[in-house]
Design a protein around this ligand. Structure first.
Ligand code: AVI
Length: 315
């Protein structure tokens, strides 16, 4: 049993208002549903970032300032399916750069799949997957004196509060050396008509992704959530740029979690907040970077101005 999961469920369901961390979305079923989300017509994020990686690959390489005669590590945090990164990897290989690709993900499953795909499609690539915590991996890598480029794509940063995002980037800086680079992909603030459908798609895949968290609690912690008595709710505030997801109780009900030997009461309409998906302006990014070791070297955007990839330099 995952002790941390148990404790977090006890804390989150016992709180008022109730909350659960979006990091628990990603079990095997959750990984599959997220892959489906990325292919949805409404989920513009992946396509927009893919456009940047396809149309502006040489500009990315240029801004990263990597040199053909200096070997480096290309470290991707939260590797995913690697489809965007593949564009960059292929260009770096074709242009004769000397680098190792180190995808880091907590899910060994995801990494195995990625390694299969990349060793088939890019046989010349040296790939060293790490199924580990991001910062533990960076600490180990930093013991070897080698230049580094860190990728954190897909607006994964947006699932953190601004305070945690700042802490994350600060800590990243502490694990890198002057001259290292950080490529950060973030979703941009835009109208509600575009953002909201991305988090409440017409096929109900995002709803299934959100509600899978209750299935997971049932499976792993022996709870008796009746999933039909809950629904998915998404909201987005264009003013702040923050999208939130909730699970709403459709009735007054009690749920028992056997691993905790505890019951939790829900009133009709009560919600559990399960995710924030922050969208960014340049001003928000600047304020998050303030006091960290990074400075902005360049920003790449897609044609519609939906998404931005920041190239940051460790000073
Ligand atoms: C992983 N992360 C950046 C996604 C997002 O857009 O916040 C997760 C997601 N949640 C609902 N749809 C996709």
């Amino acid at each position: 049993m995952n002790q941390q999961f148990l404790e977090d469920v006890a804390t989150g369901l016992g709180a008022s208002p109730k909350f659960l961390s979006s990091k628990y979305f990603y079990d095997k079923k959750g990984d599959e549903l997220f892959m489906k989300i990325m292919a949805l017509p409404e989920y513009y994020l992946t396509r927009a970032e893919m456009e940047i990686f396809t149309a502006q690959t040489d500009r990315i390489i240029d801004l990263l300032g990597v040199l053909k005669e200096t070997p480096f590590d290309l470290i991707e945090l939260g590797a995913g399916d690697g489809s965007k990164t593949k564009k960059l990897l292929a260009a770096l290989l074709a242009q004769g750069y000397d680098f190792d690709y180190i995808p880091v993900d907590i899910s060994a499953n995801v990494l195995e799949h990625l390694e299969d795909v990349l060793s088939r499609d890019l046989p010349d690539l040296t790939i060293r997957p790490q199924a580990n915590d991001y910062f533990q991996t960076l600490e180990t890598l930093n013991q070897v004196d080698r230049s580094k480029v860190v990728l954190y794509l897909g607006s994964n940063l947006g699932n953190l509060s601004d305070e945690l995002a700042h802490k994350f980037i600060y800590e990243l800086g502490a694990n890198l050396n002057p001259g290292d680079k950080f490529l950060l992909g973030v979703d941009r603030i835009k109208p509600v008509e575009i953002v909201l459908p991305a988090y409440n798609d017409s096929q109900g895949v995002t709803a299934a992704f959100n509600l899978n968290l209750l299935h997971r609690i049932n499976r792993e912690l022996g709870a008796n959530f009746n999933i039909n008595q809950f629904s998915h709710v998404a909201e987005y505030d264009e003013g702040t740029g923050i999208a939130k997801s909730f699970i709403k109780s459709l009735t007054t009900q009690t749920v028992y979690v056997s691993a905790l030997d505890e019951s939790f009461e829900f009133s009709e309409g009560e919600t559990i907040q399960t995710e924030i998906s922050r969208k960014y302006s340049q001003a928000v990014i600047k304020s998050i970077l303030e006091g960290t070791d990074f400075k902005i070297l360049g920003v790449l955007k897609d044609e519609k101005d939906y998404f931005a990839d920041y190239i940051l330099g460790r000073q």
